[in-house]
Design a protein around this ligand. Structure first.
Ligand code: PLP
Length: 414
C-alpha cells in the first residue's frame, strides 16, 4: 500500500501502521522495563537472537518498535533505531562508523548541540572538518584517506543553508564514504534523503515529527544500500558478515545498546500519534511561514531569511530538493538587539521558547541563548547576529499570526 498511495494516506494505512496483537488502532503503550518468559530455554533463545522477542526495554520494546517501523516506512529505510533524543541519535550514529584517528566532514552552520558534539569527539581522537557549503565540489576538496563519513543538515537550523544531497552523495560515494543527513528541519514531508542518495537519515523527533512539543526523542534510519569497505571502515570490521546492513547491526547490537540512549515507550507512543498529522501540519506551517516571510519582507527596515523568498541564496533548491516548500523556520534581522527584544516581548501569539516544530509559533533571540557559548565566527556562520530573531512557525490562523508580527515590528520603531 505504501508504494502506491500518497503521503497522508500511507502515514495512516501503510504497513508500519498495522499488526498490533489485539487489533488496536494505535500501538499499546508497553510501559515496562522487562518482559517475562515461561521457561529459561525461551529467554535463552531470545538472547541468542534465535527467536523473536523482547527482554529489556533498553534493548527493545514493542511501543518503540512500532514507532521505528512507522518512520522507517516513511523514509523508505531498511531499518530504524529510536533514541532518547536527537543528540543521542547523532552521537550513536557517528560513533558506530568512526573510531580514534578517523575524520568526519560536516556542513557549517549546524545545530549548536551538534557543533558542541564535534568538539567532544575531538577529545576521543575523531577530527571534524567543516565544509563551507554542502555541494559535491566542496566535499570532494576535503576528502582525505581518513574521512569516514560526511554529515550535514538538509536545511540547516537556523542559517537555512540547503544541502545538495545528490551532488554531495555522488562525491562521497566516489571516495567510498557514506552520507549521513540530519533531516530534522526538512521532515519526510518535504524530502526523503534516502531516495536522493543519502545513506543514513537522522531526526530529532522532538521537533516536527512529534509536532506537539510533548516529548524528546531521536531516530536513525539506515537505507541499507551503502557498500561498506571494511578495510576503510574498520569500526565496522567485526560486523563484516552483515554486508550492507553492517552499520545497522553494529548500531543496534553494540553502540546504541551500550550507550543506553533508548527512547521511552511513552515518548514513542506520543510521537507515533504526533507523526500521523505530519502532512497536515507541515503544509499549514509552510504556508504560514511563506506568508509571514512575504509580509515581513515588505517592511523597509527588516531583513528576512526564508527559503522561498526569490533572492534567497538557496532558493534554487526549493523546487529541486525541497518539493516546493520552504520549511517552518524563518529568521529576520531588526537592526539591534534592543529592537529584537522589543518585538519578541510584544508578540501576542508567539511563545518565547527554545524549541522548533511545535503547533504553536515559537520565537527566540538565538544570539543571547542558543549561541551564548559559541564563538563569534561560528555564530555568524550559523546566520545568527545580535539583531536576529528566529521564528518557528506554528499552525495558527495565517491572518492572526501575520498581523501580530507586523504590528509588533511597526510598534518597535522608535
Ligand atoms: C533539535 C535538533 C537536534 C537535537 O535534537 P534533541 O532532540 O534536542 O536532542 C539536532 N539537530 C537539529 C537540526 C535540531 O533542530
Amino acid at each position: 500500500m505504501g508504494e502506491t498511495c500518497k503521503f497522508n494516506t500511507s502515514l495512516l494505512h501503510g504497513e508500519g501502521s498495522q499488526g498490533y496483537g489485539q487489533r488496536e488502532i494505535l500501538p499499546p503503550i508497553c510501559q515496562v522495563s522487562a518482559f517475562r518468559y515461561e521457561s529459561m530455554e525461551e529467554l535463552e533463545k531470545v538472547f541468542a537472537h534465535k527467536s523473536m522477542g523482547y527482554a529489556y526495554t533498553r534493548i527493545g520494546n514493542p511501543s518503540v518498535a512500532a514507532f521505528e517501523r512507522k518512520i522507517n516506512e516513511l523514509e523508505h529505510g531498511a531499518g530504524a533505531v529510536c533514541c532518547s533524543s536527537g543528540m543521542s541519535a547523532i552521537a550513536s550514529a557517528l560513533l558506530a562508523v568512526c573510531k580514534s584517528g578517523d575524520e568526519i566532514i560536516a556542513g557549517s552552520g549546524l545545530y549548536g548541540g551538534t557543533i558542541d558534539l564535534f568538539h567532544d569527539l575531538e577529545k576521543l581522537g575523531i577530527h571534524t572538518v567543516f565544509a563551507g557549503g554542502m555541494t559535491g565540489d566542496a566535499i570532494s576538496a576535503l576528502i582525505t584517506d581518513r574521512t569516514r563519513v560526511v554529515f550535514g543538515e538538509l536545511i540547516s537550523n537556523p542559517s537555512l543553508a540547503v544541502m545538495d544531497i545528490p551532488g554531495v552523495a555522488e562525491s562521497a560515494h566516489r571516495a567510498g564514504i557514506p552520507l549521513f543527513v540530519d533531516s530534522t528541519t526538512a521532515t519526510p514531508f518535504i524530502a526523503k534523503p534516502l531516495t536522493m542518495g543519502a545513506d543514513v537519515v537522522i531526526h530529532s523527533t522532538s521537533k516536527y515529527i512529534n509536532g506537539g512539543g510533548n516529548s524528546i526523542g531521536g531516530i536513525i534510519i539506515d537505507g541499507g544500500r551503502f557498500n561498506w569497505d571494511f578495510c576503510k571502515h574498520t569500526a565496522l570490521e567485526e560486523f563484516k558478515k552483515y554486508g550492507r546492513m553492517a552499520f545497522s547491526v553494529r548500531l543496534r547490537t553494540d553502540i546504541w545498546e551500550n550507550l543506553g540512549g533508548c527512547m521511552s515507550p511513552m515518548n514513542a507512543y506520543l510521537s507515533y500519534v504526533g507523526v500521523e498529522t505530519l502532512g497536515l501540519r507541515m503544509e499549514k506551517i509552510c504556508r504560514n511561514a511563506d506568508a509571514l516571510a512575504g509580509a515581513l519582507d515588505k517592511e523597509p527596515d527588516i531583513k528576512v531569511n526564508y527559503l522561498t523568498l526569490p533572492d534567497h541564496p538557496y532558493n534554487r533548491y526549493v523546487d529541486t530538493v525541497l518539493n516546493g516548500y520552504g520549511g517552518g523556520i524563518l529568521n529576520f534581522r531588526t537592526g539591534s538587539k534592543e529592537r529584537a527584544f522589543r518585538i519578541i516581548n510584544s508578540l501576542k501569539y508567539a511563545l518565547i521558547a527554545s524549541n522548533i516544530g511545535d503547533l504553536r509559533t515559537l520565537v527566540i533571540h538565538p544570539f543571547s541563548t542558543l549561541y551564548v557559548r559559541t564563538g563569534k565566527e561560528e555564530t555568524e556562520a550559523a546566520g545568527v547576529y545580535e539583531d536576529t530573531v528566529r521564528v518557528s512557525v506554528g499552525i495558527e490562523d495565517e491572518d492572526d499570526l501575520v498581523n501580530d508580527f507586523i504590528r509588533a515590528v511597526r510598534e518597535s520603531r522608535e
